[in-house]
Every structure is written in C-alpha cells, then in structure tokens.
Design a protein around this ligand. Structure first.
Ligand SMILES: [Zn+2]
Length: 216
C-alpha cells in the first residue's frame, strides 16, 4: 500500500490542522521508513517474487516495524516526539500517533499474512494484494475521500493554489508508475525507491508548511 496510507495523513490534517502537514505525511509512512532502514541494515528480511499479484513483496521477517506491538511503540514514540520535541499541542500529538497507528490497520487489509500479532506470534493480513483491482480501488477511494475533506478544510482556512492538488497528483503518479512499470532490480533497489518516495512526499509537505506559514 502506498497512496492509501497518505489518506490517513490528509484526513488527519483535515480534522486536526494544528500539526504541521509534514508530520502527518511522515507519520503515515513512519514504520515503512524504519522498515526500509532495517531491511537495508539486514535486520529485517524481505525478498521479491515478481509472480505474486498486487505486490512482489515477500515480507518474511518484519517484527520490529510491522508487528502490532512494534507499531504501537512507534506510534507512541511519534506522539511523544511531537509533544516534547516539536512542542505541538496534545491533541495534535495524539493525532500524529493515531496516523502512525493507522499504518498497521491499512497494511492489515492488503498484506498477505506477514504482519506478526506479536514478536514470534501468528502472522495476519487479509491479502487484498491478491485482488489488485479492488485493492487499487480501495487505496484510490480512500485517498479521494481524504483529499476531498482536506481540500474542504483548506478552503475554510483560506489556503488555495496549486500545491495541494499537485501533492495528490504526485502521489497518484508514483502509485501508477509502480503499477505500470514495476521496479526492476533486487529488494535493495525497491526499498531505496520506496524510501525516496516517502522522503520526497515529506519534503513536499514540509515545503507546503513553509510557504503557507509565510503566507499567513
Ligand atoms: Zn507498511
């Protein structure tokens, strides 16, 4: 899942605009950013099977980033960092924590059974990746609904311009590119490409925060 996770970020920004946009955008993929780092470090293990439908990922060992208790710890850490380091209001820090937590729920829908319920525990996942068309419809539908709410909230706040629609278009473009031209190469290349997309989305969101703060 790629764009579906960002639906959580847009919805959160619509509901609780006190947190900077970049914190939600990073929060939505925080455990995947950590996953990329730990896979590259050889701590978590994945492989690719290009014959699998939906996603070639075989996530054989991802307990530190994608087990349920681990995601809860990442969410708590993100909330605490938002409150103590970024000095955000408590409601905004809670919203960031919930966005981080949402990653597990959304992954649960699409992943094949590779998400550990606890360390060494049974692995779960509803496996919508095996039905790529409904899976894509789910992700795009979630993004469209969240983007509508986000756009409406931005309108109320007097934000206009091209940056928000461009952000959504860029997300959808990355999603379509990964479907139409799946990354070739090994797991490391795929992980680096994914990490680059997460960090670019965060950078774009941060730039939006800066320009909109200056505009106020
Ligand atoms: Zn994930």
């Amino acid at each position: 899942m790629f764009v579906g996770h960002y639906a959580a970020a847009l919805a959160a920004k619509a509901v609780q605009p006190k947190a900077p946009f970049w914190t939600y955008v990073l929060g939505a993929q925080l455990v995947d950013v950590a996953w990329a780092g730990l896979v590259l470090a050889g701590v978590e293990r994945i492989s690719l099977d290009p014959h699998l439908p939906g996603s070639p990922l075989v996530l054989s060992y991802i307990p530190y980033t994608h087990s349920l208790p681990a995601v809860a710890v990442w969410a708590l850490a993100a909330g605490l960092a938002a409150y103590f380091l970024l000095k955000l209001p408590r409601v905004a820090a809670v919203a960031i924590g919930l966005v981080v937590l949402s990653h597990w729920g959304l992954d649960f829908l699409v992943h094949r059974a590779d998400l550990p319920l606890w360390f060494g525990g049974p692995k779960v996942g509803l496996g919508w990746w095996n039905a790529p068309v409904p899976e894509q419809a789910l992700e795009m539908g979630l993004l469209a609904m969240a983007a509508a709410a986000w756009g409406w909230r931005r309108g109320l706040q007097g934000h206009s311009g091209w940056s928000a629609p461009l952000f959504v278009v860029l997300l959808v473009t990355v999603q379509l590119a990964s479907i139409l031209a799946p990354p070739t190469g090994g797991p490391s290349q795929m992980v680096i490409a994914s990490l680059s997309a997460y960090l670019l989305a965060t950078l774009f969101a941060w730039l939006m925060d800066q320009t909109e703060r200056r505009g106020r």
